[in-house]
Design a protein around this ligand. Structure first.
Ligand SMILES: [Zn+2]
Ligand SMILES: [Zn+2]
Length: 209
């Protein structure tokens, strides 16, 4: 049973505020020592495929209560619904619903305690969080309280930060179906570190070129 190292939260040029070119993705994944990434564009479902690395198809939906990630979905999920409706639509497509960065101070975040629908996991290590230690600690506290599995992802918007945080998944194989089943079963844990200040500045600079 392979232990896979997957960055579960990556943006590419399919998101208006991100800069990683999709044609560079497979090379970056290998250079960073990852087995794959989940591509989670803002409100834009994208099913990329590469022969040599694993790509989990996903989307980061802007619900009116904050961002919700859907993995393993098959088509776009509309923005601006409630977080509960968004989770239900992800589940109707057979997907996995994850609450990313529930305590990032600069975004409107989904409050897990107020949800009626149960998400499948919480992102408790978001490398890009403004207050990395406090935000992720609060997210872990919610995950423990509500007994939800935990994932990690870089929330990368530039190539340099892919893999800063990631998830170790205990999957039966490298096949997408097995990987999604392992995530659904909670056979995973987050690892990684905060994105460096240098790369945070680099991301801001990218926005203006
Ligand atoms: Zn987000
Ligand atoms: Zn994101």
């Amino acid at each position: 049973m392979p232990l896979l190292k997957i960055d579960m939260h990556v943006h590419t040029v399919g998101s208006p505020d991100a800069h990683t070119r999709t044609e560079d993705l497979s090379g970056i994944i290998k250079t960073k020592g990852l087995d794959g990434v989940a591509v989670t564009e803002h409100d834009n479902f994208n099913a990329l495929k590469f022969p040599d690395v694993l790509i989990i198809p996903g989307i980061e939906v802007s619900s009116r209560d904050g961002h919700v990630i859907g993995l393993g979905v098959r088509e776009n999920i509309p923005a601006s619904l409630s977080a509960d409706e968004t989770i239900q639509l992800i589940h109707e497509q057979g997907g996995i619903a994850i609450i990313p960065h529930p305590y990032d101070p600069v975004c409107e975040c989904v409050k897990i305690a107020q949800l009626k629908s149960r998400p499948d996991a919480v992102e408790t290590m978001n490398a890009d969080a403004l207050s990395f230690h406090i935000s992720n600690w609060l997210a872990r506290r919610d995950a423990d309280k509500f007994r939800l599995p935990q994932v990690g992802g870089s929330d990368s918007h530039i190539p340099q930060t892919i893999g800063d945080a990631y998830t170790i998944i205990d999957s039966a194989s490298r096949d997408l179906t097995d990987v999604l089943d392992a995530i659904r079963a909670g056979k995973m844990h987050p690892e990684g570190h905060a994105t460096s200040v240098q790369n945070k500045i680099r991301k801001l600079h990218y926005k203006f070129v």
